[in-house]
Design a protein around this ligand. Structure first.
Ligand code: GLU
Length: 552
């Protein structure tokens, strides 16, 4: 086709597109940012629930933009409307907000480079396609699905690459009259790239994580605009990341194989290419087969963002965990700088794991426990209350009605170099401190005790009767040892071990009996502190409750 014919064709196909590309280039000018500022974006497709891998890539976008004083924006990539899930977009926005992985611009926030929802940008994509048609880099393709399927079959039989390229691109060189003829018959079409590539030549890019990668050039006439005028991912990526001035495309490495397509698109469109950083997926060792595999929503509860929300993993702790998987040197840095925040660390692409990061539940747990151990009782109380208001209303009400005592309980064993490390998530508080709220204790009391060991309740009663709750820790401990000796128990486990036949047990057994009766648990923070907060009346009520329980 001559240039004039192409111009005519572009007009026939897109009569309603009146603006030219320049219009959009002016509308979305260069960003006014300082040298080195990164513009990153998170581009989710609203096709289902958000998973840990999504949070991970959005986290990367956030930290790189933040540390370079750049921009992190959110773009909804909803070009595949068949796969869109109802409520999917709202869910993405609310998950990002809930985990404090906060874009500074974009969908639901605003900014000068919108709209940030691809399905609303059809006119922009069509303007650029129209220009490519004029230049001879795109053409309408009328091939039917059956034709494409049979080409594929033939290619598979002949063991050649599948796809629409070279001789298989049947409509690549249609004349203007042929196109007009098909249009007059109402034949449906897509717009394909007229690829200038040569598969025997290679294209090379430096991926910021994977390093140098080399591929054969793209020679596929892949689809730019679908029948409905909506672009494919490839085309939308090139147009949007150009117009929104993305400097760094950080995305899952399932897109690596599309790089030759993208490189070519940026070339034919005359756009400067952004940097690419392809992140390897989060993997896990399968508990049954031992094989390393991708996290699976079906098999691994922690694969979905919902798990973190519902079980109450604090977002700061999740950020710490994501930071450890983002950069291999973060963990050590944090160990030596535990008073600092993530924002004080400088992330770099060359410290990102090339081959994938494996999910480590124990590490996540430990990070979470450290997080809680550093918070005051009041902070834990407030955060747990916020969590409970969303996920456990009954508990939220109980917490509100027992605020002062609850904070005192949560403050036990917080001082000193080794603060208590028993809580890993907000939902643990109800369980770990089940003795702290009387209404809850009366209701659930001993139902979760795993052992049915019998305790000497008379001894417990006698001890409580004599107990002076104003004692300090040391005097209390000496007192209970003395009480143990007077009642035929060894004053220390060591003494007991030497001559077990001489004793009924040792002081630890008395403490265990007290703990079980008073808290309904075999493990608890410092018992004296608990008893002081509860007071004798409540302790005595619990002894009666326990008598009732074992009497059952
Ligand atoms: N919408 C794409 C996806 O959900 C995003 C890929 C990208 O970030 O470029 O996989």
């Amino acid at each position: 086709m001559s240039e004039n014919e192409r111009i005519e064709l572009a007009e026939i196909l897109f009569p309603n597109i009146k603006n030219n590309c320049d219009y959009y280039e002016k509308m979305y000018p260069e960003r006014d940012l300082k040298e080195g500022a990164m513009v990153t974006r998170y581009g989710p497709s609203p096709t289902g629930s958000v998973h840990l891998g999504n949070l991970y890539s959005a986290f990367c976008d956030m930290v790189y933009a933040r540390q370079s004083k750049g921009i992190f924006f959110l773009r909804i990539e909803d070009t595949d409307q068949k796969r869109e899930v109802e409520g999917g977009i709202d869910n993405i926005v609310s998950v990002l907000k809930g985990f404090n992985i906060a874009p500074t611009e974009g969908y639901s926030i605003g900014g000068s480079y919108g709209t940030y929802r691809q399905s609303e940008r059809a006119e922009i994509y069509q303007t650029y396609v129209k220009e490519l048609i004029r230049k001879g880099y795109a053409y309408p393709c009328f091939m039917k699905e059956e034709e494409i399927a049979s080409i594929r079959e033939e290619q598979e039989i002949n063991k050649v690459r599948t796809g629409i390229y070279g001789i298989y691109a049947a409509d690549r060189d249609l004349s203007l009259d042929e196109v007009k003829d098909k249009l007059s018959k109402g034949e449906e079409y897509v717009i394909r790239l007229k690829s200038p590539g040569d598969y025997n030549k290679s294209v090379e890019i430096i991926d910021l994580i994977k390093g140098k990668i080399k591929f054969p050039e793209n020679d596929e006439d892949f689809v730019l605009l679908k029948k409905n005028g909506i672009p494919t991912y490839h085309f939308a990526h090139a147009i949007d990341d150009h117009l929104m001035h993305t400097t760094h495309v950080i995305r899952g490495d399932e897109w690596v194989s599309s790089v030759p397509k993208h490189v070519q698109l940026f070339e034919v469109l005359g756009f400067e290419r952004p940097e690419y950083a392809h992140i390897a997926p989060i993997t896990i060792k399968d508990s049954e087969t031992g094989a390393i595999r991708k996290l699976s929503k079906r098999k691994d509860p922690w694969a979905g963002a919902k798990y973190y929300e519902e079980s109450g993993i604090p977002f700061d702790a999740l950020h710490l965990y994501l930071a450890t998987i983002t950069n291999t040197n973060f963990e050590e840095w944090y160990l030596n700088n535990s008073d600092k925040s993530i924002e004080d660390f400088t992330f770099s692409f060359d410290k990102m794991a090339v081959g994938g990061t494996s999910f480590d539940e124990a590490k996540l747990n430990n990070i979470c426990k450290t997080y809680f151990s550093r918070k005051s009782g009041e902070e834990v109380y407030n955060e747990t209350l916020d969590y409970a208001k969303k996920f456990d209303e009954e508990y939220a009400l109980l917490l509100s009605n027992n605020k002062e005592d609850m904070i005192r309980f949560l403050n036990i064993e917080k001082d000193g170099d080794r603060p208590r490390k028993d809580i890993a998530k907000y939902s643990d508080v109800r369980e770990e401190f089940s003795y702290a709220i009387d209404e809850l204790f009366v209701k659930e009391n001993y139902s979760k005790l795993e052992s049915d060991k019998k305790y000497d309740l008379d001894l417990v009663k006698e001890y409580i009767n004599e107990l002076d709750l104003s004692l300090n820790n040391e005097d209390w401990f000496n007192g209970i040892k003395e009480f143990a000796s007077l009642h035929g128990y060894a004053a220390s486990p060591k003494d007991y071990k030497k001559n077990p036949e001489q004793y009924k047990g040792h002081v630890g057994d008395i403490c265990e009996a007290l703990r079980v009766v008073i808290t309904g648990r075999c493990k608890s923070p410092d018992l004296l502190s608990i008893m002081k907060i509860l007071g004798k009346d409540k302790i005595n009520e619990r002894i009666k409750l326990y008598e009732g329980y074992i009497g059952k």
